[in-house]
Design a protein around this ligand. Structure first.
Ligand code: ADP
Length: 266
């Protein structure tokens, strides 16, 4: 709380007093704190791969280069960590663009059945390498108004998380439902997307935090699958730009369900 005191006096001295102005600066402070936490997190996230690149390059220069096998495995690490840096920087830029609302959405009618079929095709090889079955259930006749690129980003992110956090032989599916808003007007109609996996699940206590930037239930697992910890915050922002909502239901060891609802038309 910020308090400003201003004495009020009039030349005629007919009346005088004190003007007290109270400013609630909690929100401002919270924003400031979030911003500096973000900068600290970003620096930390960038430091880890840079340290790896530097360390392995140093070891190579110091002589490890002479052993071909060792050299190859160190170079692979350097390559992987550079890729990781690339992804991180890409996601950080993306998030900052979205948060400052510098991305205009381009709405157009999207035929969901063929659109989702294409999204799944992008993920086929990732799923096949883990023998994960991909399934979709999308009615033939639904068109929704959306920004195609952003909708693709939302769905691919969630489906790809489903694959990442599901053990071999599991199943990841996407289901679409048209929900009528009750009145006759289509304006209140919604589309519900449900992305379900048979994966490791998310502990109850972590569920409220998984949309936070850089929040991961298990850092090591996220890293080894190439995660940046920013995917879900980007997804949440993109859903909100479509005036939609996202929520999670999950059980450890059974699987997770991400449910998105967005207006059918804008
Ligand atoms: P990451 O790049 O680490 O996957 P995300 O922002 O996409 O980052 O997700 C944040 C965290 O939420 C993940 O690290 C993981 O712990 C958890 N998570 C996300 N999706 C799933 C899922 N389908 N099953 C289990 N855990 C998940």
């Amino acid at each position: 709380l910020e308090i400003n005191l201003n004495p009020i006096s009039e030349v005629s001295a007919k009346w005088s007093g004190l003007l007290i102005v109270l400013h609630d600066i909690t929100a401002v402070r919270r924003l400031e704190r979030m911003r500096s936490e973000f900068v600290a997190n970003v620096s930390h996230e960038l430091k880890t791969p840079i340290a790896a690149v530097k360390g392995f390059a140093e070891t190579l220069l110091a002589g490890a280069l002479d052993d071909k096998e060792t050299a190859r495995s160190f170079l692979q690490i350097i390559f992987d960590e550079s890729e990781r840096l690339n992804r991180l920087i890409g996601d950080i830029l993306e998030l900052s663009k979205i948060e400052s609302k510098r991305i205009p959405l381009h709405f157009s009618p999207v035929h969901l059945q063929s659109f989702i079929g294409n999204c799944l095709n992008v993920l086929r090889s990732q799923a096949m390498s883990k023998e994960i079955e991909l399934q979709m259930s999308v009615p033939e006749d639904i068109y929704m108004e959306a920004d195609e690129d952003r909708l693709r980003q939302i769905l691919i992110n969630l489906l790809s998380n489903g694959i990442n956090y599901t053990p071999e032989g599991g199943k990841v599916s996407i289901r679409v439902e048209h929900m009528t808003g009750g009145s006759d007007a289509v304006e209140s109609d919604k589309v519900r997307f449900t992305i379900t996996d048979t994966g490791i699940g998310i502990p109850k206590k972590d569920i409220p935090r998984i949309f936070e930037r850089f929040y991961r239930v298990d850092k090591a697992r996220s890293r080894s699958s190439g995660g940046t910890g920013l995917g879900l915050s980007i997804v949440k922002h993109l859903v909100e730009l479509h005036k939609g909502t996202i929520r999670v239901e999950s059980e450890v060891g059974v699987g997770s369900k991400f449910i998105i609802e967005m207006p059918l038309i804008h």
